[in-house]
Design a protein around this ligand. Structure first.
Ligand code: GLY
Length: 338
């Protein structure tokens, strides 16, 4: 006999966070409805890096801890989803020029001093022969992963549907949700429209998709990251090419890929891996990261029936399993009261 439902739960937002919460809540025994648009927003544009070490920065120890906890949870999170969702199993962060070596070394030493598995390399091209000549130094983060973001959201939609999760149109006011439903606000940059005062702002990022063509060198097999002329760039493998990301600047809700952003990403990607110059430029897009002032996500109860799960900034995919776990345990007292 199926377990009785813990109650009815409205998840507002159908990106990676909303879908992950919905799947976990349905598994826990909630009757779940996801309010979403036809688009996946930032989750569709993302690179899909699960990269707490290479996103790490001295002073952001709490972000690092959360990221590492969630990376661990990804292994179970992938259970029941197709294995080909993982597109890389290591990151290589390199210094594109001599001036970057000292900065990168400082980050690597900060991580190593805390016992994290990152390994300094002084012959980075032995690790990744596709790198441009002249790139020598960097560190490997062998426990980091990357996933195919679009395949992940597709797989989560399928998993939710199998668990009986229902789909509903987006909500513009919490009063539209039945008063006795529990609610999870998981709609990224739109969360403050539902709960004024949530400190989330959109931060634009252009992202490109380059497709391998016959006769080209194959795509790299690990994530490659660097700063080129002071700009951050990353290359994330896909079975048919690479995702190149990302610019980062505030421009309201503008999601038009700007020429200058696209040009910089192409220049920087080819400065790292010249062979990419022969690939097809398959897609230019821009997403809006839901950023918070301290770069930590907002995952907590707001009132007796409402929990927020938003503001994941640069790390929505990485933090999805941790968020789902947190939200479902946060919801439990409400369900038990019902
Ligand atoms: N996750 C990397 C970015 O937001 O560009």
């Amino acid at each position: 006999m199926p377990a009785p439902s813990l109650g009815s739960l409205a998840v507002i937002g159908g990106g990676v966070i909303g879908l992950s919460v919905a799947r976990q809540a349905a598994r826990a025994g909630w009757t779940v409805r996801v309010h979403r648009t036809a688009e996946f927003g930032a989750s569709w544009v993302a690179g899909g890096m699960l990269a707490p070490h290479s996103e790490g920065w001295p002073g952001e120890e709490q972000q690092l801890r959360l990221g590492l906890r969630s990376l661990e949870l990804w292994h179970d999170f992938l259970d029941g989803l197709p294995v080909e969702l993982v597109t890389a199993r290591e990151s290589l962060v390199v210094a594109a020029d001599r001036a970057d070596v000292a900065d990168l070394r400082r980050v690597a030493d900060w991580l190593s001093a805390q016992g994290h598995p990152v390994f300094w390399e002084s012959a980075a091209r032995d690790v990744e022969p596709l790198l441009a000549g002249g790139i020598r130094h960097g560190f490997r983060a062998p426990t980091e992963l990357a996933v195919d973001n679009r395949a992940v959201v597709g797989a989560l939609v399928g998993a939710c549907a199998e668990l009986g999760v229902c789909w509903a149109p987006p909500v513009h006011d919490l009063a539209e949700v039945a008063a006795d439903d529990a609610v999870v606000i998981a709609n990224g940059i739109d969360a403050p429209a539902l709960w004024p005062g949530l400190p989330i702002r959109p931060v634009k990022g252009e992202v490109l998709r380059l497709r391998w063509r016959k006769g080209c060198l194959p795509p790299p097999r690990r994530v490659i990251r660097a700063r080129v002329h002071g700009r951050a760039v990353y290359l994330v493998p896909r079975p048919d090419g690479v995702v190149v990301g990302a610019t980062q600047y505030e421009h309201g809700r503008d999601t038009a890929p700007a020429v200058s952003g696209v040009r910089d990403l192409l220049d920087d990607a080819c400065a790292l891996v010249p062979a990419l110059g022969e690939y097809e430029l398959a897609e230019c897009a821009a997403g809006l990261r839901p950023m918070t002032p301290d770069n930590l996500p907002l995952v907590h109860r707001l009132d007796a029936r409402t929990v927020v799960a938003a503001g994941h900034g640069r790390n929505g995919f990485l933090l999805a399993p941790w968020t789902a776990e947190q939200v479902v345990s946060e919801l439990l007292p409400v369900g038990v009261q019902q």
